[in-house]
Write a protein that binds this ligand. Sequence first.
Ligand code: NAD
Length: 487
Amino acid sequence: SYKDRQYLVLENYIGGKFVHCENHIDSYDPSTGEVYCRVPDSGQEEVDAAVAAAKEAFPEWSACSPQQRAQVLNKLADLIEAHLEEFAQAESRDQGKTVAFARTVDIPRSAHNFRFFASSVLHHTTDCSQMDHMGCLNYTIRCPVGVAGLISPWNLPLYLLTWKIAPAIATGNTVVAKPSEMTSVTAWMMCKLMQQAGIPPGVVNIVFGTGPKAGDALVGHPNVPLISFTGSTATAQRITERSAPYCKKLSLELGGKNPAIIFADADLDQCIETTIRSSFSNQGEICLCTSRIYVERSIYSEFLERFVAATRKWKTGAPSDPSSNNGALISKEHLEKVRSFVALAKSEGGIIHCGEGVDQLDLPQQNNSGYFMPATVISGVSDSSRVMQEEIFGPVTCVSPFDTEEEAVSKGNGVRYGLACTVWSRDVGKIHRMARRLHTGLVWTNCWLVRDLNLPFGGMKHSGVGREGGKDSYHFFTEVKTVAIKH
Ligand code: NAD
């Protein structure tokens, strides 16, 4: 039996109050393998209470002006920034990522999400058609949808949650959010700041728990007309089925199997430096990470040699150690899954150049039971292998040669996913042709992870349905009405 005071015990945040939940789930510190936190195991009852609170808060919040809402969002951004270090430490402990990554990416970007949508919501305009169409003035207005259900994954916990909460409430919706049961702590910490920022009770409700229980209750709730989900393709398929009887508005941001396509005329120094980051950042646990690297044959050997040498310098170690590039993977099960792909590659005749099974990790004693694995580079695997087709979502990338532009396009497009790609060349015509022909929602050329939040974000094929970002989030989180006034 648990002595609760030894653990951090989270509570749901419903109607502006912290509410104790009867049952809890263990949450592990991935860098030690020990339980350190207990997360509410919410179900239908808790979700019902949260939806009721959100519904009650909707009339007043949706009637506020965008300026009033923007003020509160900006205040929340200030408060997150004021507590940046606490949030970064908590995100690292909960997720396994390095403190440095949380401090420079997750938490600043979470604050920025609120600031961005606070500003963005002030600058949208709607359509008005020509004045006298059949004696009418025709124009559109946009209204918030109602109670938004928001479900987020464990890889960038606070960042991906705030990417949904910020536009949802900026546009006048109220929300019930469910973070991943594996990484709930920073969302819970943010609830305290929401009170201070002056977000009225019921505008943001956070219910913690598992997908099949709390998540399913939210998706199946008749008073939640909109679901924004980020997570795996398999879960999205389940959510689509579950919400179909209610005709819900859905935005689905899903997995990827992102290629890097590297032509012989690329700036190799810049390309290698960036492709190391794009393959391994955040332990490879970013939906946008590169996991298939196609290199033009004339530079293939040189690339592979330099890339493997650079990977060996990408250090995996204690998340708090400033010299670590990577920390621990999210869970024991996930570590085993990622390792199983390396074993599969090996059994199919692939070459493991560095990392798993080749290089030993040098970890401090207290991290010996953590879920660590070194950055791993594989070559010699066929394009049809599961290793090249399925999302691994860990620090593993595969390198393979190509001969022609045509072949690069066909290899790049040869998976069921279509989230992101990178293309490396100095030839602008070639870059433009590739951008048109590659089936991905994001094409980064000679760079990676550059995000202007004004522009659409999302994937095609099995990587998602819909886009979010400045105008796209505005469209998703509002309903448009066309009005004709006869004069
Ligand atoms: P997941 O699908 O297992 O879980 C995501 C969220 O959905 C969690 O909060 C989970 O509790 C919940 N959930 C699970 N089953 C549910 C159900 N039946 N009904 C309602 N909710 C349910 O994904 P994950 O393992 O947490 O995250 C990793 C995945 O997310 C990877 O595939 C990754 O590519 C993807 N991802 C995509 C993006 C993007 O923007 N496209 C960003 C980050 C991660």
